[in-house]
Design a binder for this molecule. Structure first.
Ligand code: ADP
Ligand code: 5GP
Length: 202
């Protein structure tokens, strides 16, 4: 495999989608891993674009069939990354970007750490996160409260990541993300390093 993986994690409402979209023109070609979830689509979300939306039963079939590179329960719903398209993209030498939670980051790092660069993104404060979740107006109060509670746990995983992005001003955070993405492309796996050493002698 020749590609590289960039994991972006952070609380719901941290600005992951916003920052990936803003940074896209600065990071060249990449493959965004579309996750599968059992949560309901939000207004404006499209199946096969934002997520693959499936039922609980369909998701559990996928688990049994070994379809997922990783999966986790987040805010009471299943979320998972399909293995096949990720492997294909890596074999094609692409940068693969994951928007997954901190549990998913641990699992991907354990399985494919050789290829992984990771970044945690957060607004400057918990109060600002809460403000943005209400301003986004896509979730009910009870769902927002659950996401805020989850964020209070997730922030403690910040030291597991290679980089942290404080999403205060969008252009600045997007530029930082682009720098990290372009560095992630340059990360060499141990197989590549071994090949380098072997050919270097000749
Ligand atoms: P995530 O993908 O991490 O759940 P979103 O990208 O949906 O988060 O961002 C959550 C909300 O915050 C959206 O309404 C978005 O427009 C807004 N937002 C993102 N970044 C900023 C920022 N730097 N300042 C103010 N609002 C922001
Ligand atoms: P949301 O419902 O706001 O789209 O996402 C909720 C949380 O689930 C976010 O932290 C997001 O990063 C995470 N998430 C999305 N897809 C996946 C996935 O495939 N695996 C894991 N482990 N987490 C995911």
């Amino acid at each position: 495999m020749q590609g590289a993986i960039l994991v972006l994690s952070g609380p719901s409402g941290a600005g992951k989608s916003t920052i990936i979209n803003h940074a896209a023109p600065q990071i060249g070609e990449y493959y965004f891993s579309i996750s599968t979830t059992t949560r309901q689509p939000r207004d404006g979300e499209q199946d096969g674009v934002d997520y693959y939306f499936v039922t609980h039963e369909q998701f559990e079939e996928g688990i049994k069939a070994g379809d997922f590179l990783e999966y986790a329960t987040v805010h009471g719903n299943y979320y998972g990354t399909s293995l096949k398209p990720v492997n294909t993209a890596l074999e094609e030498g692409k940068l693969v970007i994951f928007d997954i939670d901190v549990q998913g980051h641990r699992l991907v790092r354990a399985k494919m750490g050789d290829y992984v660069t990771s970044a945690f993104i957060t607004p400057p404060t918990l109060a600002e996160l809460e403000k943005r979740l209400y301003a986004r107006a896509t979730d009910d109060k009870s769902i927002i409260e659950r996401r805020v509670k989850n964020a209070e746990e997730e922030i403690h995983a910040v030291n597991e990541f290679d980089f942290v992005i404080i999403n205060d001003e969008i252009p600045k955070a997007a530029a930082e993300f682009a720098t990290i993405a372009n560095a992630a492309r340059l990360k060499q796996s141990s197989e590549e390093l071994e090949n380098l050493v072997n050919t270097w002698h000749n």
